[in-house]
Design a protein around this ligand. Structure first.
Ligand code: FAD
Length: 296
């Protein structure tokens, strides 16, 4: 999104009442605009000077049904404008997608979670909910100039990493796959989400990891998904590490070799607070220690 060089004190606020109107406003005021949801991240960025205030702010708060939850046959849709608290309190999220609730419970503080949206967390590209959504096979619905389209979350993150994101598009919904109840009944679910920050709570993450797998009674993996992210790094699925885990019956998995594999695959970064090596080791050790507890 282009902002221009002029310092804006008060943006012009737009409150479209439907998806098409929002898209048309964006086309009209481009490039000096930004999308706004709960504005919890935006306000921090403006205050810290890490992002300029745009001339036009298009709020998604008046568009009906952007904050609804919908159970479809094999997946669950969370409206992009759903507040983090509403997501964490939702019965389906709590019972079927507990990792999303766990991730949200560790984001900031209750007052922020009352305002912040899941769409804002995802669209920021660095939200702590992203690894949890990745292991549930997340995909994103966007309003584009050509209408509504859907993209896999992992594919969208890759576009984000490569700087190919189209700022005119806005997120309307987040889909997660409902686990197959047949295989759930016939096996054991193993899942965890962990966030490591610089303090115990109310702190940005250094590393976040998520794991979701189903183990058959004979100890073979029926399904498996691993993801890692954290800080201002782009979260990713760890598909090579998943393949490594799948190669062995659970009891024969070498956690030492798995930590090497994760460190080789996880793409992360260094900053003033933690080195790339520290982040890689932390992610790998978190997976290994949680799996050790589950599989021993
Ligand atoms: C004190 C504090 C602590 C925080 N701690 C955490 C933390 O621990 N973990 C964490 O993940 N985050 C944290 N955050 C960041 C932020 O609160 C969350 O990421 C939140 O979910 C953002 O949601 P929002 O609705 O407020 O987004 P906004 O601030 O409104 O938007 C965030 C970004 O997403 C874009 N955007 C929003 N909605 C859409 C949409 N539907 N389509 C396209 N683009 C969109 C905006 O243009 C902006 O670039 C913290 C923030 C504060 C102030």
């Amino acid at each position: 999104m282009g902002m221009g060089t002029e310092k804006i004190m008060f943006p012009e606020l737009w409150l479209p009442s439907n998806l098409e109107e929002a898209r048309d406003i964006a086309i009209r005021v481009t490039p000096h605009f930004g999308w706004a949801a709960g504005t919890t991240l935006l306000r921090t960025q403006w205050e810290m000077g890490t992002a300029p205030m745009p001339r036009h702010l298009i709020s998604l708060g008046q568009i009906p049904d952007l904050d609804t939850f919908l159970e479809e046959s094999d997946r669950f849709r969370i409206g992009a404008f759903s507040k983090l608290k509403a997501c964490a309190d939702n019965e389906v999220v709590r019972n079927v997608f507990p990792l999303i609730g766990q991730a949200i419970d560790q984001i900031s503080a209750p007052s922020i979670r009352n305002l912040a949206t899941l769409g804002g967390n995802v669209a920021s590209g660095v939200g702590d909910s992203i690894p949890a959504l990745l292991v549930y096979g997340g995909s994103l619905q966007w309003m584009t100039e050509a209408g509504l389209i859907e993209k896999g979350l992992a594919d969208w993150l890759e576009e984000w990493r490569l700087g190919k994101r189209d700022a005119h598009e806005f997120l309307t919904g987040i889909y997660v796959q409902i686990p197959d109840s047949e295989s759930v009944a016939n096996g054991r679910m193993i899942y965890f989400y962990r966030k490591i920050g610089r303090r115990e709570a109310f702190t940005p993450s250094l590393v976040t990891i998520a794991f979701h797998g189903k183990l058959s009674k004979s100890g073979e993996w029926i399904s498996l998904a691993m993801a890692a992210g954290g800080g201002s790094g782009t979260a990713m699925r760890l598909t090579h590490s998943e393949n490594f885990v799948r190669r062995y019956p659970a009891k024969e998995l070498s956690l030492t070799k798995l930590t090497e594999q994760i460190q080789a695959e996880f793409v992360t970064y260094s900053d003033a607070f933690a080195s790339e090596t520290y982040r890689k080791q932390t992610a790998a050790n978190l997976f290994a220690s949680e799996l050790w507890k589950e599989l021993r």
